[in-house]
Design a protein around this ligand. Structure first.
Ligand code: GAR
Length: 207
């Protein structure tokens, strides 16, 4: 399977590829994606922030002038409606704390990506930074992956590790992880939009 969202189309269209971001929380990753698209470093049109609850991300979107879609219940039906209306090239999960139903995953695979704050398959699910810290691992990191029907199980696109230094507390580790997420996610999104790749089983390869 090839991931040529726009490189295939660039000769026929000058329009930027479109993305939407889904979030449920603070929204710091959303903010970086929005700022990079506004500055043009990320050549994408961020059409909307989609949230399932009032959260910090909404305030950030308002300040940046990005449209917000607040999902109404049942949220998965509304999500499918919003996605079918906006028709984004890429759906970017950034702290969206709900499991996307299999029906939507299958419809959009491989166009939904997620960022997770551990080196998967270690510490999937909630509170991954704390899980890793409490476990006492010496190395942890971040994973960016395609979303499949499982929880944090999709094919891995990108990982980067951090060595936990003696003396770091949980807060230090959290800030290091977020720093790494902010520096990496928009670049990976850009690569997905503009560079060819193929997915062979669990392996994501550039081509
Ligand atoms: C990020 O650390 C992201 O990796 C994590 O939620 C945080 C959202 O922060 N996602 C998950 O744990 C998904 N399983 P943000 O709202 O400041 O971008």
């Amino acid at each position: 399977m090839h991931g040529l969202f726009r490189s295939e189309l660039s000769s026929v269209s000058k329009e930027l590829p479109t993305i939407v971001v889904l979030a449920s929380g603070n929204g710091s990753n959303f903010q970086v994606l929005a700022e990079k698209s506004i500055s043009g470093e990320l050549r994408a049109n961020l059409k909307a922030l989609i949230v399932d609850r009032p959260c910090g991300a909404v305030e950030r979107a308002k300040k940046l002038g990005i449209e917000v879609e607040m999902l109404s219940k049942p949220w998965h039906e509304d999500l499918e409606r919003v996605l079918d209306t906006l028709k984004p090239d890429l759906i970017v999960l950034a702290g969206f704390m709900k499991i996307i139903p299999e029906r939507i995953v299958n419809k959009y695979f491989p166009r939904i990506v997620n960022i997770h704050p551990s080196l998967l398959p270690a510490f999937p699910g909630k509170d991954a930074i704390k899980q890793a810290f409490d476990y006492g691992v010496k190395v942890t990191g971040i994973t960016i992956h395609f979303v499949d029907a499982g929880v944090d199980t999709g094919p891995i696109i990108f990982q980067k590790a951090i060595e936990i230094e003696e003396g770091w507390d949980l807060e230090t580790l959290e800030s290091k992880i977020h720093e790494l997420e902010h520096e990496s996610y928009w670049k990976v999104v850009s690569n997905l939009l503009y560079k060819a790749y193929k997915i062979e089983g669990r392996k994501v390869r550039s081509c």
